[in-house]
Design a protein around this ligand. Sequence first.
Ligand code: SMO
Length: 712
Amino acid sequence: MTPFDAHTQAGTRPDGLARVEDHRLLTGRGHYVHDVSRPGMLHAVFVRSVHPSAKLLGIDTSAAEASDGVIAVLGAAQLAGRTMPPPNPLLPGLNAPASWLLPMDRVDAVGQPIVLVLATSLEAAQQAAERVFVDYEALPAQADLADGAPRVTTVRHEAGDRVAAEALAVHRVAVRQQQPRVVAMSLEPRAAVAAWSEADGSLTVWLPSQSPARARDDLAHTLGLPKDKVRVIAPDVGGSFGAKASVCPEDLVIAFAARHLKATVKWVSSRSDEFTSAAQGRGAQLQGALWLDAAGRFVHLAAQLRFPLGAWLPFSAVAPMRNAARILPGPYRVGSVAIEAGAAQSNTAAVNIYRGAGRPEAALLMERLVEKAARAAGIDPVELRLRNLLAAQAMPYATPTGESFDAGDYRAALERACARFGYAAERRAQAMRRAAGEVVGVGIAMYVEPCGQGWESARVTLQADGRVRVASGSAAQGQGHQTSYAVIAAEVLGIDAALVSVDHGDTATCPDGIGALASRSMAIGGSAVVEAARQALARREAGEALPIVANARYTAPTEAWSYGCVIARMAIDVDTGRPTIERIVWVDDAGRIISPQLAEGQLLGGLAQGLGQAMLERIVYDADGQLVTGSLMDYAVPRADDMPPIEIESLAVPTDANLLGAKGVGEAGCIGVPAALLNAAADALSPLGEPELEFPLTAERLWRAMQHNSVT
Ligand code: SMO
């Protein structure tokens, strides 16, 4: 019995630890930024560009300013040249111009905010916004991933003897795969409430942020305020998925308006505005080739990865490109590599990290290559993987892209998944169904999931009444920090977790942190809680009187790499192309599991998003840069009845890379699942001549693939 089996199968709880957040959230007592209200606060509406690229010839705000209830209309003139904070300096040499918070003389994307209308009610602000007249002179727009667009950044990984490798090769397979852009469909759209206190010159901003401390730093820098005069509060946050990791222009403009008007200002984005102007994810164009020797060994891997960036660069904008390049070889031993990745801007919404942030791109390209290689070499895809997966004894392993794998038994993951799936029997059943005229395929994907680098902080307070408070620099957006961090502290202290309460998401009451992203909350944030709890315990045992306050800042010595294997079976209706995912078997090693319920929730949630990208979701811009899929009428997200039968097993092999032995878990479902689904669809259609397939795998696309290939 593995940790997930009991409740995945039967819905029971083996461990007795329920999420302490849920009763409050599920009974409507969550408190989101949308719920923040202050007497006399102003409501803000942005007037947004209708052109992907245009000169601003003039903006007439006089009618808006004369409208009922309007207090002010703010634009670039008031913002006096303020620009967005620079992107993450850890990312390779960026060559991108700074972007204005609000545009001076030109717009670069549909949906870009141009001016801000502030009024005493939301309705008044909306009506006045209709009376702002913007005079544009349209300019040609730069399409997404256009050939020859100037590079913002490039990374290269070259290792091994390519010439020698190619001399050994007897097979070469190539793959070209386009990942659609997606939106981070969080239940809670972006929002900000900024309150200026004239009495002490301080600013409080309620913001649904994954990274409150960094948001505070960005706000302080933009407004020229000392950091200790800015407080960011991320209350309950309804999902984030990377899109809320970095501040957007709207956040900073709202804060500016609050100080400018010495007021409290509230902005809540609409679903429509989330489609046009929130940071999007994915969108890469992936190309690669894999060379195999006579024994089926991977002797050389070459790839060119193209990542789109929108009209402006959020803090982590090129992290997906960097990650995809460094992760590409995945769990395999590859003789030599030549990987080149580049990113360029276009006249679209920004692109930022999105659940997986480059990991899904790497797994998609590599696993497609492995699948094609198996077909070319006439070797079963499981057997080919077994020949090339790194052995557990090879750990720790220095990868050809300069990474260091801490631990991992990749073969065990594949073998376990095959055993659970009943691989040999499934292949026999597939052959029988094919013989009977059905279109059915089995797809496999392996993946690795690094959990991020760097530090996180925690404070543990042992109170005189015997209760314990944990404060974390890592803010939660639904992951369940209040449950898991309480469990961690209670275990170190040897007390009941019910005695521990957890604070997060407030820069005034919590220590600084990087935040909840990159699958790092448990491995790194959780280790900071361990460290602080250990210090508090040591001081108590040494005789120190209560209360005891212990602060810890934990830096992970190395990244922990979780991994896993997904096997999916998909049937495609011959007449309509309608795909049915009949079964997903998934073995994941996220290291030590603190809360099986929370870990399973992360895996299933990631799977749902991965399934959405594979089967349903696609942001489309037309050739002129206009957004075609701007609403939920045009953009399909997975619903409960889209979820297939899922069997998850956990290997749960602890790592030495951090104090908990934990690895990443939050992004796994987005990484392996889409690649397995594409491999399953390709396997299903393989008797028809292996048509090229792209996400999303809609019925129309699959049907067309069948028509085209059955007549040729
Ligand atoms: S895409 Mo994640 O929030 O690093």
